[in-house]
Design a protein around this ligand. Structure first.
Ligand SMILES: [Fe+2]
Length: 323
């Protein structure tokens, strides 16, 4: 945890690329049930965005034999901010190199977290092309709200499983200036079990939790935002009707105060629907909230259904059977 001058070089979580072994079914889930809009296709990939998102895409689905996360991308605050972060990533020895062939954004620097999750950071973005038929008189909204399913408004955050939370948390702080908002520390103050971090006023735009399987670099969940907690009940109603596996919720976490609904999309990745923003943080000298084991009953579930034990074990890709 650093006391250095705050860094505001990373503006926002911009996109996530998920692998799916069931492209048609995953597409149906994200388009018909969550109302994502298709921007374009390329080979085995489809690019999607929420109706309040103006960039080309926030979700890229790519067909692969196993579910999991291919990469996630951050938009820098400026071209100079991008240059500063790339230089710092290289200093930390985490760099992979530049990618300039992707739809939706300009040159992106690819790097690796200590646990192996692939990340990208870039400045230039391509805006979505909205057909005239979808334009709305609500001119601060990029397009009309879709009439399909219970449409999400935007991508919110990603939760990464990792073999060791401490090095991951430190890496985000040192590489990206990410601020620690809340944390669970067990073992009498010795073991970091989970961390919720952000680059802006959100209580988290990235979270990380310890993977008890010991496997590195897995995804726990991707979350999309409603802003209306009652939509979680509507979504649960629709999911039940269409055989989408609901894992937990609707409920509210104490940690981050998030109104949540967890389900599995047909390709096997866990998806969270986020009912509101939890709470927002404006204090520049925010002191991270530390949850200890004695506090966790209120922390994990403030109200609503309990989380099944699998919630803490299951991630994507699945753990190979022989491990
Ligand atoms: Fe979450």
């Amino acid at each position: 945890m650093t006391d250095n001058e705050p860094i505001f070089d990373v503006a926002q979580l911009s996109h996530v690329e998920l692998f799916t072994p069931k492209m048609d079914e995953s597409l149906w889930f994200f388009k018909e049930l969550l109302g994502l809009q298709e921007s374009s296709r390329d080979g085995k990939s489809v690019y999607l965005r929420g109706y309040e998102e103006s960039y080309h895409h926030s979700l890229k689905l790519t067909e692969r034999d196993q579910p999991g996360m291919a990469q996630m991308g951050w938009r820098a605050s400026s071209k100079l901010a991008l240059d500063r972060r790339v230089s710092q990533i290289e200093k930390l020895g985490a760099g992979i190199g530049w990618v300039d062939t992707e739809a939706g954004y300009g040159p992106a620097y690819e790097y690796r977290t200590p646990d192996g999750h692939i990340q990208r950071i870039f400045w230039e973005v391509e805006r979505a092309t909205i057909p005239d038929s979808l334009k709305t008189p609500l001119i601060n909204r990029p397009q009309k709200r879709p009439l399909s399913g219970v449409p999400v408004r935007r991508l919110d955050h990603v939760n990464l499983m990792c073999s060791d939370v401490g090095p991951m948390r430190r890496f985000y702080q040192e590489a990206m200036g990410t601020r620690l908002r809340e944390t669970i520390i067990a073992g009498g103050g010795e073991v970091e079990v989970a961390a919720w971090m952000s680059h802006n006023n959100l209580v988290h735009d990235v979270a990380m939790m310890r993977d008890e399987s010991g496997v590195k670099g897995r995804l726990h969940h991707v979350a999309f935002w409603y802003g209306y907690p009652q939509h979680l009940s509507d979504a649960a109603d629709v999911f039940r009707e269409h055989n989408i596996q609901i894992e937990a919720g609707p409920g509210k976490h104490g940690i981050t105060q998030a109104a949540f609904l967890y389900c599995f999309e047909p390709g096997g990745n866990r998806v969270e629907l986020f009912g509101d923003a939890g709470y927002l943080i404006f204090e520049p000298d925010w002191k991270p909230v530390v949850w200890e084991e004695k506090d966790l009953e209120a922390g994990i579930i403030w109200h609503g259904s309990q989380l099944p034990q699998e919630f803490f074990m299951v991630g994507t890709p699945p753990v190979p059977a022989n491990e």
